[in-house]
Design a binder for this molecule. Structure first.
Ligand code: NDP
Length: 444
């Protein structure tokens, strides 16, 4: 059995039932296996055994009181996965589905994504099974304060810098940052995705969605295609989806569908993004309310139907495993020629294989959605300098970073004899830097 297969088996045995973690691990380990053939010294120092094991996993109780005086207890997590190239960095997910497996998959992926950004940030992820949906602002605030009452002692501007993710937007970050500041009695850039008046970076809100489109633009260009005139599907209608839609539209694409966890809207005239923003950013409503403004559009219950709409480019921007083999088959049959992952691991392993085998240009989230964390690192730089860049400056840097991520992933894919296979390219390019850093720092 190869080194990689042996370590994978050990992890599965040691961490039973963590299916999302196993899935992400399997994908990365298969891609990076050839690196170990070139670097036998890595096996001698147990580098793979080390990188698959989080440096630290923190789990804690989060009690809070609702508006009726009832006590609820959630579970909080922070997975500080790897700090070889910089302080731990990764978002906080608040969603009822959150568990150790999901956060370990996300934290593990984050190591390589952060490495690809070219910026000095390690990998982490955190969150809770708390559901902010349907809670009042005061309930969300009490939860966030309680969450931070424990987490504050494990993070810091040079230790671990959390950020937003599903369910953690500007409101939640504001409450968490406020509590951290109160407990520590210091104002530091300990969170990213902060509001502009208290240290946030211009362009962070747009960064993941815009970055996805910048990345895809490079990938499409290298293959003689572009967004101009293309029909695009975007799942989700949250932060990533909205700004992917905005940028794709400016590049001349016609986005015809968006969704939320209840269903999707299909507007053959092209999605009116101002209406989506008013529903989602304005009043936290449901995507079906789109029809109140555009009765000519269609609404369908369920999430997977969106992938049966004919399109040129699909940008899954909602959540993990939203494209399975059946959805992939429908996309391929209808002529979709490019898939760019805005979400983390939205395509399952079987569907990814199908896209690659049918020649669909497939951009893995690790590379394609790294614009968010890259801009978070730019926010950290601005906080350290106590200075801020203009929107145009940040956007220009983001564009340069996404281009460089594309170049690193595509050149690693070529170096390892798999041109255009960006899954392999991104995993290898991200891994090479972290592995070299870990090797240099010794067995610690
Ligand atoms: P948001 O919470 O802003 O939006 C998530 C969207 O996905 C919502 O429209 C939500 O619908 C929908 N959704 C959630 N679960 C499901 C489901 N099971 N089926 C269908 N739709 C679903 O999150 P973000 O936009 O920030 O994040 C989206 C994805 O992008 C996640 O995978 C995240 O990890 C990833 N990502 C985010 C980054 C960022 O900067 N925000 C950076 C890199 C990756 P509803 O409103 O009904 O819940």
């Amino acid at each position: 059995m190869s080194y990689v297969d042996r370590v994978y088996q050990q992890v599965v045995e040691k961490n039973p039932g963590e299916k999302e973690f196993h899935q992400a691990l399997y994908e990365v380990l298969q891609s990076i296996a050839p690196v170990f053939e070139k670097h036998p010294e890595y096996e001698a120092v147990g580098l793979l055994e080390s990188i698959v094991e989080p440096e630290r996993q923190i789990m804690f109780r989060v009690p809070w009181v609702d508006d009726n005086g009832k006590v609820h207890v959630n579970r909080g997590y922070r997975i500080q996965y790897n700090s070889a190239i910089g302080p731990y960095k990764g978002g906080i997910r608040l969603h009822p589905s959150v568990n150790l497996s999901i956060l370990k998959f996300l934290g593990f992926e984050q190591i390589f994504k952060n490495s690809l950004t070219t910026l000095p940030i390690g990998g982490a992820k955190g969150g809770s099974d708390f559901d902010p949906k349907g809670k009042s602002d005061m309930e969300v605030m009490r939860f966030c304060q309680s969450f931070m009452n424990e987490l504050y002692r494990h993070i810091g501007p040079d230790t671990d810098v959390p950020a937003g993710d599903i369910g953690t937007g500007a409101r939640e970050i504001g409450y968490m940052f406020g509590q951290y500041k109160k407990l520590m009695n210091e104002v530091t850039g300990v969170f990213t995705g902060k509001g502009i008046p208290y240290g946030g970076s211009l362009g962070r809100t747009q960064a993941t969605g815009y970055g996805l489109v910048y990345f895809m633009t490079e990938f499409l260009k290298a293959n003689g295609k572009s967004f101009d005139g293309a029909t695009v599907l975007i799942s989700g209608s949250g932060n990533v989806a909205i700004y992917a839609c905005e940028k794709a539209q400016t590049m001349g694409a016609k986005v015809v569908a968006m969704s939320d966890s209840n269903g999707y809207v299909y507007d053959k005239n092209g999605i009116d993004l101002a209406t989506v923003k008013a529903i989602k950013e304005g009043r936290r409503g449901r995507i079906k309310e789109y029809l109140e403004v555009h009765p000519e559009a269609e609404y369908h219950e369920g999430c997977s139907g969106i992938w049966t709409i004919p399109c040129d480019i699909a940008l899954p921007c909602a959540t993990q495993n939203e494209i399975n083999e059946e959805s992939a088959a429908a996309l391929i049959k209808n002529g979709c020629y490019a898939v760019g992952e805005g979400a983390n691991m939205p395509t399952n392993l079987g569907a990814t294989k199908m896209f690659q085998e049918s020649g669909v240009l497939f951009a893995p989230g690790k590379a394609a959605n790294a614009g968010g964390v890259a801009t978070s690192a730019l926010e950290m730089s601005q906080n350290s300098m106590r200075y801020s860049w203009s929107f145009a400056e940040v956007d220009e840097k983001l564009k340069g970073i996404m281009k460089s991520i594309y170049e690193q992933a595509s050149s690693a894919a070529e170096r390892y004899g798999q041109p255009n296979n960006l899954v392999v390219g991104a995993n290898i390019a991200g891994f090479e830097k972290v592995a070299a850093a870990m090797y240099a720092q010794g067995v610690i």
